[in-house]
Every structure is written in C-alpha cells, then in structure tokens.
Design a protein around this ligand. Sequence first.
Ligand code: ADP
Ligand code: MG
Length: 211
Amino acid sequence: MNGKTVMACIEAAHSTLKEHTDEIAALDQQIGDGDHIFNLLRGVDALFAMRADIEAALIGPALDLAASKLLSTVGGSSGPLFFSLLHGMAKAAGDAETMSVEGAAQMFAAGVDAVTQRGKAGIGSKTMMDVLIPVASRFVELADSKAAPETVLDALPLIAEEGMLATRDMLATKGRASFLGERARGHIDPGARSSQLMIGAVCARLAQDRE
Ligand code: ADP
Ligand code: MG
C-alpha cells in the first residue's frame, strides 16, 4: 500500500460521488443547506490535480497531502472533519512502507478518533459518525481476530450501509440538521450517505486490486 493505492481509493470515491451527486444533493436539501456533495466533489477534484505528488509518496505522507488539500478546498463542516480523518490516518501510518490488516485497522480507527475529537459527535447524532464509528470498531475487531483482507473488504461496506440507514429515524443532535428537531426524522443524513458510499467504493476497489 502506497501513494498509488491512496490515489486509486480517491478515484473510487470520486466515481461513486459523481454517480450519486443528485441523490446526495437532494438529501442535503431536505435536512441541510444542499452544498455537502458539491463541497466534497470540489475537494476530490483538487486531489486529482496533485495526482503525481500523491502517487510518488508513501501512504502516510500521501494521506497528509490529501488531508491538507481537502482542508483548503472542501469547506463547510465536513472539510475540517475529512481533514481530521486523513490527517489522523497519516499520523498513524507514519513512514510505513507496507500495511497489514491490523495496521490498516489501527490507522482507520486513529483517523475516526481524530474526527470524533474535532466534531464531538458520537453514534446516534445523525452524522457521518454513524457510519465511521461502527466501521472503525468492526475493522479493529476483524483485524484482532486475524481476518483475511477479503473478509474485511466484504464486511465493512455492510456495516457502513447499516450505519447510514440507521440515520433515517434519528433526531439530529449535531450539525445543521439539529436545528430542525423532529423534521429531520425520516431523512438519511447526507454525510452518512457520502461516507458510506466512499467506504463501499474504496473497499470494492481494494478487493479488485487484490484479484
Ligand atoms: P455544513 O453543515 O456546514 O453545510 P457540509 O454540508 O459540508 O457542512 O456537511 C454536512 C455533513 O457533515 C452532515 O450531513 C453530517 O454528516 C456532517 N456533520 C456535521 N456536523 C458534524 C459533526 N459535528 N461531527 C461529524 N459530522 C458532522
Ligand atoms: Mg452543507
């Protein structure tokens, strides 16, 4: 795993966000201000412009390059949160040249911890954390039980989907949707949907690259 893998994951995230742009925009129009997907796409597009630098770096530095770029391009609440995710992962990766399942799980969990510290949202607050936290926990559990990479890549998208769907019936306690009270209920959180889609696409891409 190196900068080329990081770039492949960015590409996978980009295509699924493109494919689901209208859907995520509609979710965000219902309980947010409608800009979430466009913020994210602006950030991911900016990452394409630095492909060569990302691909040439080791995984940690590649994630850090991407993190800083997202911070300066995404904006909204989610810009700093995605920065924290990738920066937290980068710090955990350090200057590693290869990545075991265990290392990858610790790295992802460290990123999710950093997002939690920044956004102060836990499970049940109807945000992207309803996807990120359960995925990180399951990832660490699977790694601890010495699961094969294929098993992990199959399992995590299902956990992400469950977490995303669970946001539908929640009241929001963080972010813009928290101002809506009961009116937020019945709508999936756009950030949970975008995170779930990206996790699904990244896992599918990594699984495909292993074949
Ligand atoms: P804004 O709310 O500033 O318009 P975005 O549109 O970029 O920000 O992102 C909205 C998404 O950010 C929400 O759907 C939610 O998933 C996520 N979010 C908002 N606040 C938080 C928070 N404190 N912690 C984690 N995620 C959050
Ligand atoms: Mg918004």
